[in-house]
Design a protein around this ligand. Structure first.
Ligand code: NAD
Ligand code: DAU
Length: 331
């Protein structure tokens, strides 16, 4: 099988390519990635011999058409992915997440290629802290930020192309990922690398916001389960029952790194900050038989801390510019 992975030099895409090369050696992988500030070809170095890498932009029809014509399946990870950036400048989010997805959908329609769309639980908006409900595939879309609204838009394009044009598409909406190769702008890598630099972690607002953490390997094993067993036109929610408030996550990082648990600072909140996400992954577990492997968050987090400790050469080049952007935002 020939597989085109968009965004394969980003955090989840690179981990997906590693997992695919390791566990599905019969698959011929081509990565299409624009190498924006968030993409890093070095994340693919361990599998470089087994993968074809193409630097290119998913919003450009010609680039996309030729590559889609030469593949059997597209797994679409490429996106502008950071909420804080989308509040500062929404345009790249509209261009890549909406227009880029449109170009891919038109190409898979023309060439009759199978398509899997990677999306986020943020399309559903947020939940109250004490709400007993969690997100299900039936939850109405209600995105809050420019990032999540462009992801919601792209999901709706996928559903329409599946229904109206018969495109063989599946869709997954996952909760917050953690693990190796995540950009230092994101919550967990930012705090871990701050502590390594002797800087106190920074919690937005009161730190009460809840995210539903899943190890990136579990997200990607779920994507593979959907590729192998999912039904065309269906949406699957991916989550591993990992709800934690941000304060608890920071306290755990500090403890794992030998610091006092209260050695963090509260900083200005993110505008429109979603309070809580929580995924009900019953459909994926019961219909497709998927189960996560990283069931103890503390262990997965400890391994992630060790990865950042051991791989300073990977994250160091991004650290200063990232912190300068946060300083401008007052966070
Ligand atoms: P990331 O920002 O780490 O990586 C995105 C990748 O896409 C980068 O390599 C970048 O160079 C590439 N890219 C951006 N614009 C492009 C363009 N126009 N053309 C080609 N390549 C382009 O993102 P991530 O955290 O790995 O997220 C991957 C996908 O998973 C996204 O669709 C995101 O919405 C989704 N998702 C992320 C999470 C999470 O917790 N990180 C959770 C659920 C869903
Ligand atoms: O839920 C899935 C989403 O998870 C994905 O769709 C996004 O691509 C991904 O970036 C992530 O979005 P979040 O906004 O939840 O992730 P982020 O890492 O930016 O922040 C996680 C939480 O931590 C959030 O409540 C904001 C908070 N935070 C973040 C940073 C960077 C802090 O308290 N301090 C920080 O320094």
């Amino acid at each position: 099988m020939r597989m085109l992975v968009t965004g394969g030099a980003g955090f989840i895409g690179a981990n997906f390519v590693h997992q695919t090369v390791r566990e599905h050696p019969d698959v011929e992988v081509t990565v299409l990635d624009a190498l924006t500030y968030a993409g890093d070809e070095r994340s693919l170095a361990p599998v470089a011999d087994a993968v074809t890498f193409v630097r290119g932009d998913i919003a450009e029809a010609d680039v996309v058409d030729g590559l889609v014509a030469a593949t059997d399946v597209v797994v679409h990870f490429a996106a502008e992915s950071h909420n804080d950036n989308s509040l500062h400048d929404p345009w790249p989010f509209v261009r890549t997440n909406v227009l880029g997805t449109y170009q891919l959908l038109e190409a898979v329609r023309r060439h009759g290629v199978r398509y899997h769309h990677i999306s986020t639980d943020e399309v559903y908006g947020d939940l109250e802290l004490d709400d007993p409900e969690r997100f299900t595939p039936e939850t109405p879309y209600n995105p809050s930020s420019p990032y999540s609204s462009t992801k919601a838009s792209s999901d709706l394009l996928v559903r329409a192309w599946a229904r109206s044009f018969g495109v063989q598409a599946t869709l997954s909406n996952c909760s917050n990922n953690y693990g190796p190769y995540q950009h230092v702008e994101k919550f967990i890598p930012r705090q871990v690398t701050n502590v390594l630099d002797g800087v106190r972690p920074k919690l937005y607002g009161t730190g009460e916001n809840v995210r539903d953490w899943i190890h990136v390997e579990d997200h990607n094993s779920a994507v593979w389960t959907i590729l192998e067993k999912g039904r065309a036109g269906e949406t699957y929610l991916i989550g591993a029952d990992g709800e934690k408030d941000n304060r608890t996550v920071v306290e755990t990082i500090l403890e794992l790194m030998g610091q006092e648990p209260d050695a963090y600072d509260l900083v200005t909140d993110r505008p429109g900050h979603d309070l809580r996400y929580a995924i009900d992954a019953t459909k994926l577990r019961t219909e497709l038989g998927w189960e996560p492997r990283y069931t103890t968050f503390r262990d997965g987090l400890a391994a992630t801390v060790e990865w950042y400790r051991a791989n300073e050469a990977w994250w160091r080049p991004q650290k200063d510019a990232t912190e300068r952007r946060y300083t401008e935002l007052g966070r």
